[in-house]
Design a binder for this molecule. Sequence first.
Ligand SMILES: [Zn+2]
Length: 237
Amino acid sequence: MAFANCPATSLSSGRTGSDRVGSMRSKVGEVHVIVGPMFAGKTTALLRRIKKESSNGRNVAIIKSSKDTRYAIDSIVTHDGAKFPCWALPDLSLFRQTFGDEAYQRIDVIGIDEAQFFEDLYDFCCEAADRDGKTVIVAGLDGDYLRRSFGSVLDIIPVADTVMKLTARCELCSKKAFFTLRKTQETETELIGGSEVYMPVCRQHYVNGQSVVRASATLSGSFKVKDDTFPEPALAV
Ligand SMILES: [Zn+2]
Protein backbone atom coordinates (compact mmCIF):
# COMPACT_ATOMS: atom_id res chain seq x y z
CA MET A 1 0.00 0.00 0.00
CA ALA A 2 1.32 3.42 -0.92
CA PHE A 3 1.32 6.23 1.59
CA ALA A 4 1.23 9.73 0.18
CA ASN A 5 2.08 12.81 2.17
CA CYS A 6 -1.00 14.96 1.94
CA PRO A 7 -0.71 18.59 2.94
CA ALA A 8 -2.59 19.35 6.15
CA THR A 9 -6.01 20.74 5.41
CA SER A 10 -7.05 23.69 7.48
CA LEU A 11 -10.69 23.37 8.45
CA SER A 12 -13.21 25.93 9.53
CA SER A 13 -14.67 25.55 13.00
CA GLY A 14 -18.05 24.36 11.66
CA ARG A 15 -17.29 20.94 10.23
CA THR A 16 -19.64 19.46 7.66
CA GLY A 17 -19.70 16.39 5.50
CA SER A 18 -17.77 18.13 2.76
CA ASP A 19 -15.14 19.23 5.28
CA ARG A 20 -14.73 15.60 6.25
CA VAL A 21 -14.11 14.61 2.66
CA GLY A 22 -11.61 17.44 2.41
CA SER A 23 -9.74 16.26 5.48
CA MET A 24 -9.44 12.64 4.37
CA ARG A 25 -5.90 11.36 4.23
CA SER A 26 -4.35 8.31 2.72
CA LYS A 27 -2.64 7.64 6.05
CA VAL A 28 -4.10 4.57 7.76
CA GLY A 29 -5.04 4.87 11.39
CA GLU A 30 -4.95 2.31 14.19
CA VAL A 31 -6.83 1.67 17.43
CA HIS A 32 -5.15 -0.11 20.32
CA VAL A 33 -6.98 -0.87 23.56
CA ILE A 34 -5.48 -1.50 27.00
CA VAL A 35 -7.94 -2.71 29.65
CA GLY A 36 -7.81 -4.30 33.08
CA PRO A 37 -8.77 -3.63 36.70
CA MET A 38 -7.49 -0.70 38.72
CA PHE A 39 -3.81 -0.87 39.70
CA ALA A 40 -2.96 -3.05 36.68
CA GLY A 41 -0.58 -0.50 35.18
CA LYS A 42 -2.83 0.63 32.34
CA THR A 43 -1.71 4.25 32.48
CA THR A 44 1.92 3.17 32.72
CA ALA A 45 1.47 0.94 29.65
CA LEU A 46 -0.23 3.79 27.80
CA LEU A 47 2.58 6.21 28.66
CA ARG A 48 5.22 3.69 27.64
CA ARG A 49 3.62 3.34 24.21
CA ILE A 50 3.15 7.09 23.84
CA LYS A 51 6.77 7.74 24.77
CA LYS A 52 7.92 5.12 22.28
CA GLU A 53 5.85 6.71 19.51
CA SER A 54 7.23 10.11 20.47
CA SER A 55 10.81 8.88 20.39
CA ASN A 56 10.10 7.52 16.89
CA GLY A 57 9.43 11.09 15.78
CA ARG A 58 5.64 10.98 15.81
CA ASN A 59 3.59 13.82 17.23
CA VAL A 60 1.64 12.70 20.27
CA ALA A 61 -1.11 14.04 22.52
CA ILE A 62 -2.79 12.55 25.57
CA ILE A 63 -6.36 13.11 26.70
CA LYS A 64 -7.76 12.24 30.09
CA SER A 65 -11.16 12.81 31.59
CA SER A 66 -11.65 16.02 33.53
CA LYS A 67 -13.85 13.95 35.88
CA ASP A 68 -10.75 12.36 37.34
CA THR A 69 -9.12 15.06 39.40
CA ARG A 70 -7.36 12.77 41.82
CA TYR A 71 -4.07 14.13 40.55
CA ALA A 72 -2.90 17.31 38.83
CA ILE A 73 -5.48 18.39 36.27
CA ASP A 74 -3.23 18.90 33.26
CA SER A 75 -0.87 16.06 33.75
CA ILE A 76 -1.32 12.36 33.76
CA VAL A 77 0.16 10.63 36.77
CA THR A 78 0.61 6.92 37.19
CA HIS A 79 0.18 5.20 40.54
CA ASP A 80 3.97 5.06 40.78
CA GLY A 81 4.16 8.84 40.37
CA ALA A 82 5.39 9.23 36.76
CA LYS A 83 4.01 12.38 35.12
CA PHE A 84 3.08 13.30 31.54
CA PRO A 85 1.38 16.44 30.25
CA CYS A 86 -2.10 15.93 28.88
CA TRP A 87 -5.45 17.51 28.03
CA ALA A 88 -8.19 17.11 30.61
CA LEU A 89 -11.57 17.24 28.86
CA PRO A 90 -15.18 16.30 29.67
CA ASP A 91 -15.78 14.97 26.14
CA LEU A 92 -13.51 13.74 23.39
CA SER A 93 -15.46 15.74 20.82
CA LEU A 94 -13.96 18.87 22.40
CA PHE A 95 -10.40 17.77 21.71
CA ARG A 96 -10.09 19.01 18.15
CA GLN A 97 -11.57 22.38 18.92
CA THR A 98 -9.55 22.77 22.13
CA PHE A 99 -6.34 21.56 20.56
CA GLY A 100 -6.86 23.54 17.35
CA ASP A 101 -7.47 22.22 13.83
CA GLU A 102 -3.96 22.78 12.58
CA ALA A 103 -2.40 21.19 15.63
CA TYR A 104 -4.85 18.31 15.28
CA GLN A 105 -3.77 17.73 11.70
CA ARG A 106 -0.16 17.43 12.82
CA ILE A 107 -0.89 14.89 15.55
CA ASP A 108 -0.05 11.28 14.67
CA VAL A 109 -0.82 9.51 17.93
CA ILE A 110 -3.58 10.22 20.46
CA GLY A 111 -3.54 8.53 23.87
CA ILE A 112 -6.76 8.36 25.89
CA ASP A 113 -6.58 7.52 29.59
CA GLU A 114 -9.51 6.61 31.88
CA ALA A 115 -11.49 5.96 28.69
CA GLN A 116 -14.50 4.62 30.59
CA PHE A 117 -15.48 8.19 31.40
CA PHE A 118 -15.89 9.24 27.74
CA GLU A 119 -19.34 8.55 26.32
CA ASP A 120 -18.29 9.53 22.81
CA LEU A 121 -15.35 7.12 22.74
CA TYR A 122 -16.64 5.02 19.85
CA ASP A 123 -17.32 7.93 17.53
CA PHE A 124 -14.03 9.60 18.41
CA CYS A 125 -11.97 6.46 17.73
CA CYS A 126 -13.71 5.79 14.43
CA GLU A 127 -13.26 9.34 13.21
CA ALA A 128 -9.68 9.69 14.41
CA ALA A 129 -8.50 6.34 13.04
CA ASP A 130 -10.76 5.75 10.02
CA ARG A 131 -11.13 9.27 8.73
CA ASP A 132 -8.10 11.16 10.03
CA GLY A 133 -5.48 8.40 10.00
CA LYS A 134 -4.51 8.75 13.66
CA THR A 135 -3.12 6.03 15.86
CA VAL A 136 -5.36 5.98 18.93
CA ILE A 137 -4.16 4.21 22.07
CA VAL A 138 -6.92 3.78 24.62
CA ALA A 139 -6.53 2.77 28.27
CA GLY A 140 -9.47 2.19 30.57
CA LEU A 141 -11.42 -0.09 32.85
CA ASP A 142 -13.27 -2.83 31.01
CA GLY A 143 -15.54 -3.42 33.99
CA ASP A 144 -16.85 -1.48 36.95
CA TYR A 145 -16.83 -2.63 40.59
CA LEU A 146 -19.76 -4.96 39.81
CA ARG A 147 -17.90 -6.36 36.78
CA ARG A 148 -20.37 -4.80 34.40
CA SER A 149 -19.21 -3.20 31.18
CA PHE A 150 -17.95 0.28 32.08
CA GLY A 151 -18.78 3.19 29.78
CA SER A 152 -18.00 2.65 26.11
CA VAL A 153 -14.67 0.86 26.47
CA LEU A 154 -15.98 -2.53 25.30
CA ASP A 155 -17.84 -0.90 22.42
CA ILE A 156 -14.56 -0.08 20.70
CA ILE A 157 -13.25 -3.67 20.70
CA PRO A 158 -14.78 -4.31 17.25
CA VAL A 159 -12.90 -1.34 15.78
CA ALA A 160 -9.59 -2.12 17.51
CA ASP A 161 -6.41 -3.47 15.92
CA THR A 162 -5.21 -4.90 19.23
CA VAL A 163 -6.65 -5.46 22.71
CA MET A 164 -4.54 -6.13 25.79
CA LYS A 165 -5.98 -7.03 29.19
CA LEU A 166 -3.55 -6.34 32.00
CA THR A 167 -3.75 -7.86 35.46
CA ALA A 168 -2.90 -6.52 38.88
CA ARG A 169 -1.93 -8.43 42.04
CA CYS A 170 -4.72 -9.50 44.37
CA GLU A 171 -4.37 -7.41 47.49
CA LEU A 172 -5.38 -10.37 49.63
CA CYS A 173 -3.46 -13.34 48.22
CA SER A 174 -1.04 -11.87 45.63
CA LYS A 175 -2.41 -14.02 42.82
CA LYS A 176 -3.28 -12.37 39.53
CA ALA A 177 -6.11 -9.86 39.97
CA PHE A 178 -8.64 -9.37 37.18
CA PHE A 179 -11.28 -7.37 39.00
CA THR A 180 -11.74 -4.22 41.06
CA LEU A 181 -13.44 -4.56 44.43
CA ARG A 182 -15.00 -1.52 46.04
CA LYS A 183 -14.25 -1.42 49.74
CA THR A 184 -17.03 0.99 50.61
CA GLN A 185 -20.82 0.80 50.33
CA GLU A 186 -21.40 3.59 47.83
CA THR A 187 -23.34 2.26 44.87
CA GLU A 188 -22.87 4.83 42.12
CA THR A 189 -20.97 3.48 39.11
CA GLU A 190 -18.65 6.47 38.86
CA LEU A 191 -17.06 6.83 42.27
CA ILE A 192 -13.59 8.18 41.72
CA GLY A 193 -11.01 7.09 44.22
CA GLY A 194 -7.75 5.27 44.76
CA SER A 195 -6.64 2.58 47.13
CA GLU A 196 -8.80 4.01 49.91
CA VAL A 197 -11.89 2.95 47.95
CA TYR A 198 -10.78 0.16 45.61
CA MET A 199 -8.52 -2.82 45.55
CA PRO A 200 -7.57 -5.31 42.88
CA VAL A 201 -8.65 -8.88 43.61
CA CYS A 202 -8.56 -12.36 42.12
CA ARG A 203 -11.78 -14.14 41.24
CA GLN A 204 -12.03 -15.95 44.56
CA HIS A 205 -11.59 -12.82 46.62
CA TYR A 206 -13.88 -10.84 44.37
CA VAL A 207 -16.68 -13.32 44.99
CA ASN A 208 -15.92 -13.52 48.73
CA GLY A 209 -15.58 -9.76 48.96
CA GLN A 210 -18.85 -9.07 47.18
CA SER A 211 -20.77 -11.33 49.52
CA VAL A 212 -19.20 -9.65 52.56
CA VAL A 213 -20.04 -6.21 51.17
CA ARG A 214 -23.64 -7.28 50.55
CA ALA A 215 -24.01 -8.84 53.99
CA SER A 216 -22.54 -5.80 55.67
CA ALA A 217 -24.83 -3.49 53.74
CA THR A 218 -27.83 -5.48 54.94
CA LEU A 219 -26.74 -5.54 58.56
CA SER A 220 -25.49 -2.02 58.96
CA GLY A 221 -25.77 1.25 57.12
CA SER A 222 -22.44 2.56 58.30
CA PHE A 223 -19.07 1.02 58.90
CA LYS A 224 -15.56 2.21 58.45
CA VAL A 225 -12.86 1.15 56.08
CA LYS A 226 -9.74 -0.05 57.80
CA ASP A 227 -6.77 0.28 55.53
CA ASP A 228 -3.89 -2.17 55.68
CA THR A 229 -5.78 -4.88 57.52
CA PHE A 230 -8.16 -6.92 55.45
CA PRO A 231 -8.72 -10.29 57.04
CA GLU A 232 -11.14 -12.13 54.79
CA PRO A 233 -14.19 -12.21 57.12
CA ALA A 234 -13.94 -8.42 57.48
CA LEU A 235 -13.10 -7.68 53.87
CA ALA A 236 -15.35 -4.70 53.39
CA VAL A 237 -15.33 -3.42 56.95
ZN1 LIG B 1 -6.97 -13.27 45.91
